[in-house]
Design a protein. Structure first.
Length: 82
C-alpha cells in the first residue's frame, strides 16, 4: 500500500527552512562572536562586505531587515540592526 505525501506541507517546511533568519536570530547567534573568523564560522559569508582601510562592515540580510557588523582588523567591534 502506498502512502500519499502531503506535498503542500512538505513544500511549506522546505521554504521555511530556506528563508533568512530574523534580525533577532542573527544577533543571538553572534552574541559571543569576537573575531572575523568566528563571525564567518557562525553566520557564514556576509551578503555584503565593504572595506575602507582597516575598517570593514559585514552585512547579513534578515527576513525583517539587516544586521551589520563593524570590524577592525580581525576584531568584531559593533553590531547594529536596521
Amino acid at each position: 500500500m502506498r502512502r500519499s505525501v502531503p506535498w503542500g506541507a512538505a513544500l511549506a517546511l522546505a521554504l521555511a527552512a530556506c528563508s533568512p533568519a530574523s534580525k533577532h536570530e542573527l544577533l543571538s547567534k553572534s552574541e559571543d562572536v569576537r573575531t572575523k573568523a568566528q563571525l564567518e564560522a557562525t553566520l557564514g559569508a556576509p551578503d555584503d562586505r565593504d572595506k575602507l582601510g582597516p575598517l570593514e562592515t559585514w552585512t547579513y540580510r534578515a527576513r525583517d531587515g539587516e544586521v551589520t557588523f563593524l570590524i577592525t582588523g580581525e576584531t568584531v567591534r559593533l553590531k547594529t540592526a536596521e
